[in-house]
Design a protein. Structure first.
Length: 493
C-alpha cells in the first residue's frame, strides 16, 4: 500500500504534530477533489471524458498518490466520476435536467402511410457543410476504414474471383457461419443455413414484410417508429396500426393485445433493443411476453435489431428471437451502423418463412457482393468486430450525453428528452406550439438538419417532436448548432 508523506510523518511525530499532518492531508485531498469538481462544473471536463490518471495528477499537483486516490474516492462518492476497469477514471454521465416524454397515444384505427415526400426532403438536406442531426448514420471517424481497406486488398489478391462471381442467396457461407457464431451471444443458437445475407437491414425488413403481408393488410408498429418501416408499408399499400409505446419500457403489450383482439393484423414490426427513435430496450420478461402473445395468435414478429450491438449496459441485451421456439420471429440486423455503412451488408433469420424470403431476395437484388461479405467475415473472425463495438458503445454513449446536456441547456423550458439505452439517437419533445416541420426548414437555412417528428408516424402525430442523430463527434460546432436550434424553437412559442 502506498503511504503519503503526511502518513509517514504521523507515525513518527508527537500527537499534536500527527493531528496537524492529518489535517494537512485532509485539506490536500479535498482541495484536489474540489479542483476537479470545478473543472466538471465549468465544462472543462465533460461527461464521458477521462480525468487525469492518478500518477499524472500526483505529479502535476505535487501530492502523493494516496492523496489523489482519496480525492478520487470523494469524487466517486459525489457521483461525479467513475472507475472503468483497466481504463482509469471518467466523468460520469448525469441525467439531463429536462424531463422525459410520456407514453404515446396514437389513434386506434389503421392508417395508410404518406410520408415519402417529406422523407426525401430530409434526405436531400444532407450536404457538405450541414450539421446533420437528421441522419442516423455513423460518420467515417468511427469506422475501421483502414482495417477494411487492408482486408479487401488482401482478399482481392487471394480470391480474385470474389470480384466477378455472383453469390446467390442465401449468401457467402463463411459470413453466414460467422453470424451464426455471433448469434450464440444473442441466445439464439442459429445455424448458417438459418441466415440470408441482405443488402442492409432495410432490405431484410422489406423482404420480411413482403413475405407475410399483401396490399390492404394491416401491420402493427411501435409509435413513434422508424420512418423507413413506414415507407416500406407505404410502398406496398399496407396500413399501419400504431401501438402506444413508452420511452423507457417499449410497446404497451396490453394495448397490442387489445388491438390483436379487435383487428386482423398480418404482422407486428418491433425494435425491442435501442429502438429508433425512442432508444428504449425492453426487459427480457416483456420480450418473452411479446413473443408468446404473437405466437399464440400465429402473427409473425418482424424484429429489427440493427442497434442491439450498440447497447450501453454491461451485457448485450437479448433479442426477442432468443425466446422464439416456433420460428415465428424474423430477426433482421446489419453491419451498417457498426462497421461499414457503405457496404450495405445485412442479414435476416426469417424462421419458418426462410424459403419465401430467400426467393424474394433473389427477385429483389439477386445477391450481395462477395468481396464485401468476405471482408466482414474476416473482420468478425479476427475479433475486430468485438473491439470495434467496445469503442463505439463508449463513443456513442458519450455523444448522446453531450447532446442531451446541450439540449437541456439551450432548448425552451418544458422540453422533454429520452434516455436512450443504446444507439446514437435522441428523441426531443418540444413544448406545444412548436412545429418540427417548420423548424426543419428554418434549420436548413442555417445549415442544420434534423428529423421532424411527423416522419415517425402515419397519423401526422409528433409535430412538436424531433429526432436528433448524435453520431458526429462532439465539438464546439455541434454545441453552437444545438444552441441555434434552441433559439429557433423558442421563437415559435
Amino acid at each position: 500500500m502506498v503511504k503519503c508523506a503526511a502518513s509517514r510523518a504521523c507515525s513518527a511525530a508527537p500527537p499534536d504534530l500527527r493531528v496537524l499532518a492529518m489535517t494537512q492531508e485532509l485539506v490536500l485531498y479535498e482541495t484536489v477533489a474540489d479542483s476537479i469538481t470545478g473543472m466538471i462544473s465549468a465544462g472543462t471536463l465533460r461527461p464521458g471524458e477521462r480525468v487525469p490518471s492518478v500518477r499524472r495528477l500526483s505529479t502535476q499537483r505535487r501530492v502523493s498518490v494516496a492523496t489523489v486516490l482519496r480525492a478520487y474516492e470523494v469524487l466517486e462518492n459525489r457521483g461525479l466520476i467513475e472507475a472503468r476497469p483497466n481504463a482509469g477514471y471518467y466523468v460520469r454521465h448525469r441525467s439531463p435536467s429536462a424531463g422525459e416524454p410520456s407514453i404515446s397515444n396514437p389513434p386506434s384505427a389503421p392508417q395508410l402511410v404518406g410520408i415519402s415526400a417529406l422523407v426525401q426532403e430530409v434526405l436531400d438536406s444532407r450536404r457538405p457543410g450541414v450539421v446533420s442531426f437528421g441522419a442516423a448514420c455513423p460518420g467515417p471517424d468511427h469506422m475501421p476504414t483502414a482495417k477494411l481497406q487492408r482486408l479487401i486488398s488482401s482478399i482481392a489478391r487471394r480470391k480474385p474471383l470474389s470480384l466477378t462471381n455472383y453469390v446467390l442467396p442465401p449468401g457467402n457461407e463463411e459470413l453466414r457461419r460467422q453470424i451464426a457464431r455471433k448469434s450464440l451471444d444473442l441466445g439464439c443458437n442459429l445455424a448458417a443455413n438459418d441466415i440470408i445475407v441482405t443488402h442492409g437491414c432495410m432490405e431484410a425488413l422489406n423482404l420480411c414484410v413482403r413475405a407475410v403481408a399483401k396490399p390492404g393488410d394491416t401491420i402493427a408498429l411501435e409509435s413513434p417508429t422508424y420512418f423507413g418501416l413506414l415507407q416500406i408499408l407505404e410502398s406496398m399499400g399496407v396500413k399501419a396500426l400504431e401501438i402506444p409505446t413508452h420511452p423507457r419500457e417499449g410497446v404497451s403489450l396490453e394495448a397490442l393485445e387489445f388491438a390483436l383482439d379487435r383487428s386482423r393484423i398480418a404482422a407486428v414490426i418491433a425494435m425491442p433493443n435501442a429502438q429508433n427513435p425512442l432508444g428504449f430496450t425492453m426487459s427480457d420478461e416483456n420480450k418473452k411476453r411479446l413473443v408468446k402473445l404473437l405466437d399464440k395468435r400465429g402473427v409473425p414478429l418482424i424484429e429489427d435489431d440493427v442497434y442491439g450491438d450498440l447497447h450501453y449496459g454491461d451485457e448485450r441485451p437479448l433479442p426477442a428471437k432468443a425466446f422464439d421456439r416456433s420460428g415465428n420471429v424474423m430477426l433482421c440486423s446489419s453491419f451498417t451502423k457498426t462497421v461499414a455503412p457503405g457496404f450495405r451488408l445485412g442479414w435476416v433469420a426469417p424462421g419458418r418463412w426462410h424459403a419465401n424470403v430467400q426467393m424474394l431476395k433473389f427477385i429483389n437484388s439477386v445477391g450481395s457482393p462477395e468481396l464485401l461479405q468476405l471482408a466482414v467475415a474476416e473482420f468478425l473472425a479476427s475479433g475486430g468486430y468485438d473491439r470495434q463495438l467496445r469503442t463505439l458503445r463508449r463513443v456513442f454513449r458519450d455523444q448522446v450525453s453531450h447532446v442531451s446536456a446541450a439540449v437541456s441547456e439551450h432548448f425552451p423550458s418544458g422540453t422533454r428528452i429520452t434516455r436512450p439505452a443504446g444507439g446514437f439517437i435522441l428523441w426531443v419533445e418540444l413544448p406545444e406550439g412548436c412545429d418540427s416541420e417548420e423548424l426543419f426548414r428554418q434549420a436548413i437555412r442555417n445549415n442544420i438538419s434534423l428529423g421532424p417528428g411527423v416522419l415517425f408516424s402515419a397519423t401526422d402525430r409528433y409535430r412538436n417532436c424531433i429526432r436528433m442523430g448524435c453520431a458526429e463527434p462532439w465539438s464546439p460546432r455541434i454545441e453552437q448548432a444545438i444552441a441555434k436550434l434552441g433559439g429557433l424553437a423558442q421563437r415559435q412559442l
